[in-house]
Write a protein that binds this ligand. Structure first.
Ligand code: CP
Ligand code: NVA
Length: 317
């Protein structure tokens, strides 16, 4: 009997904390190889299910292309395509899909549902965004910063301008894990969750990175090496749209805010952008925008992740 290693999920950036530097190095290698037309078939015969309760451009496409490039296959289901939409339980769905697939990437409204799918599945489950985290995004973001800073995070400072949301939660963990300083500016009622901040602070103590929290975008941006923003209204928050559009006035990356940062600072946005709200056209389309590299890097980062989770394990039940 082949030895079956326990499955590894990726529901939070913290789940692979010790392995993030190696994943980024592998992603960098895969990116260089792809540019030279080299596509190693490391996931030949592997099948990844994608279950998406919310729309996606980047996450879905990058997972499907990643599996194809590495010799595997991806199957996409909107939640309503599955019997899940008619009341089959998450646990039963997980159990059945584990008999066919080698991994599942799940984009859900509720983090608890991602946890339930992982608990019921005997195969790795990847959080493809929920209301708590967006860990795959942060792998790509770290890859983007790593390549622009020549592999160094220590001594660099990133400023987050905007909502204390899923992307910020994963970014807090990721920054603290790699030793990057992060200055956060959110409107007062939109700070990140205290339990996530506490977990990030644990990592930050080990790497001696600095996490600061405030409400002033100008203060956070001052002297920063990069600025990062995300939408004011995330998927699932639409009922709060009007209140959020009022609360987030001034939380915009524009030329004036960028002028507060280092002269070589660049700008990150996970996309999709709401142009004219959290970021201006001039910045997003300008020479200091890293958003398009960031979007491309979803592909390379997820390949490294998929190899780690899907390739090394014998099929088990
Ligand atoms: N950044 C990101 O996750 O984009 P999609 O919603 O298009 O997947
Ligand atoms: N915070 C955003 C990210 C989209 C990729 C959302 O959850 O809608």
């Amino acid at each position: 009997m082949p030895r079956i290693a326990p499955k590894q999920d990726f529901l939070s950036v913290a789940d692979l904390a010790e392995e993030i530097p190696a994943l980024l190095a592998r992603a960098d290698r895969l990116k260089r190889d792809r540019a030279r037309g080299i596509l190693p078939p490391t996931l030949r015969g592997r099948n990844l299910g994608l279950i998406f309760e919310k729309p996606s451009t980047r996450t879905r496409t990058s997972f499907e292309v990643a599996m194809n490039d590495l010799g595997g296959h991806a199957l996409y289901f909107s939640a309503k395509d599955l019997q899940l939409g008619r009341g089959e339980t998450i646990g039963d769905t997980a159990r059945v899909l584990s008999r066919y697939l080698d991994g599942i990437a799940y984009r859900a409204f509720r983090h608890a549902d991602v946890v339930a799918l992982a608990a019921g599945a005997s195969i790795p489950v990847i959080n493809a965004l929920d209301d708590l985290e967006h860990p795959c995004q942060i792998l790509a973001d770290l890859l983007t910063m790593r390549e622009r800073w020549g592999g160094r995070f220590r001594g660099k400072r990133l400023a987050w301008i905007g909502d204390g949301n899923n992307v910020l939660h994963s970014l807090l963990l990721g920054a603290a894990i790699v030793g990057l300083d992060l200055a956060v500016a959110t409107p007062p009622r939109y700070a990140p969750q205290p339990d996530v901040v506490a977990r990030a602070r644990q990592f930050a103590r080990a790497t001696r990175s600095t996490l600061t929290f405030g409400t002033d975008p100008s203060e956070a941006a001052r002297g920063a090496d990069a600025l990062y923003t995300d939408v004011w209204v995330s998927m699932g928050d639409e009922a709060e749209q009007a209140a959020r559009e009022t609360a987030f006035q001034g939380y915009q990356i524009n030329d004036a805010l960028l002028a507060r940062a280092q002269s070589d600072a660049f700008v990150l946005h996970d996309l999709p952008a709401h142009r004219g709200q959290e970021i201006t056209d001039a910045v997003l389309d300008g020479p200091r925008s890293a958003a398009w590299d960031q979007a491309e890097n979803r592909l390379h980062a997820q390949k490294a992740l998929l190899e780690r989770l899907l390739a090394r394990r014998s099929r088990g039940r």
